[in-house]
Design a protein around this ligand. Sequence first.
Ligand code: PLP
Length: 378
Amino acid sequence: MQSIPDIYFDYASTAPIHHEVIEATHTLLPQFYANPDSLHTLGYQVGDLMRISREKIASLLHVMPQMVIFTGSATEANNMAIKGAAFKNQHKGKHCITTKIEHSSVLNTFKQLQEYFGFEVDYLDVDAFGVLSYDQLKQSLRKDTILVSIMAINNEIGTIADIEQIKKIVKSSSSAILHVDFVQMLGKYPIDLNRIDLATFSAHKIGGLKGSGLLIRNTQVELMPLISGGQQEYSLRGGTSNTLANITFAKALRIALEKMVSEFSRIKEINDYLRSELTLIPQLDILTPQSGSAYILAFSYPSIPSEIMMNALSQRKIYVSAHSTCTSQSAYSHVHLAIGLKEHAANGVIRLSFGDQTTMNQAHRFIEVFKEIVKNGY
Ligand code: PLP
């Protein structure tokens, strides 16, 4: 009997590691084990690979190499950006602005700043599609606003923020530092880092290894280091870094950017097909706006709770999420509540997310299986 192949629709949680990254890791791992800061030949060799990766990443993102800070994850980069900027600039003011639908690594960081360090934080509302009001952003900016943090693409429902508009508003009406979490946009849509002070990225969302994130920092922006230690990463992050994950980040990024345009149209076609088929199912509501990321398709089917649906799909070798994996243990997602979903609708959310190994055949099979579960139960 032929075995059914796995269908992985959970790229927003993490992407399969690109085979070139796996090959590079196999080649480099046994040989390049030295500490990149050691003052001997083996150390210099690893240090050189780190430098080359930093330079490649800088060139691919059109920034200067000294703006590239390697971290252990995007979660860490978000903490470094937000707490680092807030602590360093608190003499100028203690007011910050973010939105209600940020990733938990942003929201919980701001909550900590509020609860333990006396900062005041405004959480901007969003509409039913996760779109924030640019007027509300403008009105919220104050003389003492030191930091604005807004994500480029929402990881749960795929809403794309108008970063150009946000830049314009923040830069023309305040002197606040602008931080953008670009994790779900990297390698999928063009990114312009011009006039963005702090930008966050993660390797494992684009086929790189886990354990490597990036903070791109405008060098005019001063940060308080959160991890005090040695001179690594411009003394902003002490500790010997995850060199191989950082070295192969450049490769994963190059591959993702090279394929970005062709992948986009391929994935868009798959997403459009899924959207049109799912729309026909009674009581099913698509949550991702038409203008949202082609790589994410979230919907609510309240008749079957997410957990049961995910299980039923998983038994048929189809792997999806309900909401962010980082908050997968929570009953309700803050994003679903922020877009106004009632509890029963929030209970039935499924998020499909796509990437380079996603095919139209998989989409056909998904629809077939989903309809069968809806019709016959799980
Ligand atoms: N920001 C967004 C928008 C994300 O989707 C994620 C991961 O789900 C993160 C940050 C955190 O990334 P990492 O797993 O590298 O900490």
